[in-house]
Design a protein around this ligand. Structure first.
Ligand code: ATP
Length: 359
């Protein structure tokens, strides 16, 4: 097991800057998840740590070794891919033991390691099957087993559950969480899936255009996003952003929405922010309370009812999407006017120009 430390990591493909100036410390035993929109550099970062891509500049340390120029096989890591990358002509047992065979281990040692990993993953009865005789989830477990037998310093997962259907994905997510608890290993995981990121990670790294926007524990990012980008990215459905302006009066400074002027959200530290400054009030769908009579209202474009929970969707006249979590309230449908209150302690305020969170 090992900590991983990146310092000043840059990766360019010709003139294209894929990663720039990345500093990141992943502690021993941590479960670190990389998230960000498509093309932001998640896989490139993972592959750079694995040694499958060369660094343009910077340093990568795994444990106490500088591996910046080391061959992938000499970094002590094991990678699990989205497409499993199993050898089709080999059984699960042979796939899992192959790297140990290449390393010159004895048959007995290989068998022992494979059986131990199969025990952890519940694969004992499937070891003599070939990949074509296994389900997607079982194949992914074999691929994880192949990583476990190598006893790596760290596991790197590149969207390992993306090829699985929703139900299996949920099951495998729990299995990976349990595996992390059992092994206590350092794990790095790339995903597009909000739920995977929030539930598996001890640390989330949010990337945008090859740069780190914010690093933090899942709930810290949910509770304290540094800027509009992170606020928009963490949480599902996404946070609402309501255009507003700063107003001063004898009662203090307030963010007042352009559209719902009856709403006033006090700004606790308005120093240095001029009256009229454009702002966004950020409020998550689950923190908007519907009310019988105002102070704000909007016409619902659609309502999605999932049984225990319903979401109402609308579009603000500014063009911003708007979503309200109606919890188990079923009385609303598309076309209804809904009243709500935005005055909650859970409303954020962002500077619309710098995109930084002010409150
Ligand atoms: P996705 O979520 O879609 O998988 P990602 O965040 O993993 O995206 P990367 O695959 O890391 O993104 O790619 C980051 C950027 O680097 C993209 O713009 C991609 O086009 C570019 N890129 C990746 N590999 C190469 C390459 N070999 N040559 C040139 N550009 C590349």
């Amino acid at each position: 097991m090992a900590e991983i430390r990146l310092t000043g990591v840059d990766k360019r493909y010709g003139d294209f800057v894929a990663l720039t100036g990345l500093d990141l410390h992943i502690e021993d035993g941590e479960f670190c998840v990389f998230v960000g929109p498509s093309g932001c550099g998640k896989s490139t970062l993972l592959r750079t740590i694995a040694g499958l891509e060369d660094l343009t500049s910077g340093q990568i340390r795994i444990g106490d070794k500088d591996v910046s120029d080391a061959h992938p096989g000499d970094r002590g890591i094991a990678m699990v891919f989205q497409n499993y990358a199993l050898y089709p002509h080999m059984t699960a047992r042979q796939n899992m033991g192959y790297s140990l065979k290449l390393a010159g281990k004895s048959r007995a040692q290989i068998e022992q390691s494979v059986l131990t990993a199969a025990g952890v993953l519940g694969l004992q009865s499937l070891l003599d099957r070939k990949p074509s005789e296994l389900s997607g989830g079982q194949r992914q477990r074999v691929a994880i087993g192949r990583a476990i037998v190598r006893d790596p310093a760290a596991f790197l997962f590149d969207e390992p559950l993306s090829n699985l259907d929703a139900e299996l994905r949920a099951r495998m997510r729990l299995e990976i969480a349990e595996l992390h608890q059992k092994l206590g290993a350092t794990m790095i995981y790339v995903t597009h899936d909000q739920v995977e990121a929030m539930t598996l990670a001890t640390k989330i790294v949010v990337l945008r255009d090859g740069k780190i926007e914010q690093i933090g524990a899942p709930l810290a990012l949910y509770d304290e996003p540094a800027n509009l980008f992170v606020a928009r990215f963490i949480g599902s459905p996404s946070m609402n952003f309501i255009p507003a302006r700063l107003q001063h009066d004898e009662g203090g400074a307030f963010a007042v929405p352009d559209l719902f002027t009856q709403v006033r959200i006090p700004l606790e530290s308005p120093e240095g922010i001029d009256a009229g400054t454009p702002l966004f009030i950020g409020i998550r769908p689950e923190h908007i309370q519907w009310t019988e009579n105002g102070p704000a209202s909007i016409k619902l474009r659609a309502v999605e009812s999932l049984g225990d929970i319903s979401f109402g969707y609308a579009t603000l006249s500014s063009g911003e999407a708007f979503c309200i979590n109606l919890h188990d309230e079923r009385r609303f449908s598309a076309g209804d006017e809904i009243s709500f209150d935005l005055s909650t302690k859970k409303a954020f305020i962002f500077d619309a120009r710098s995109e930084k969170r002010l409150q």
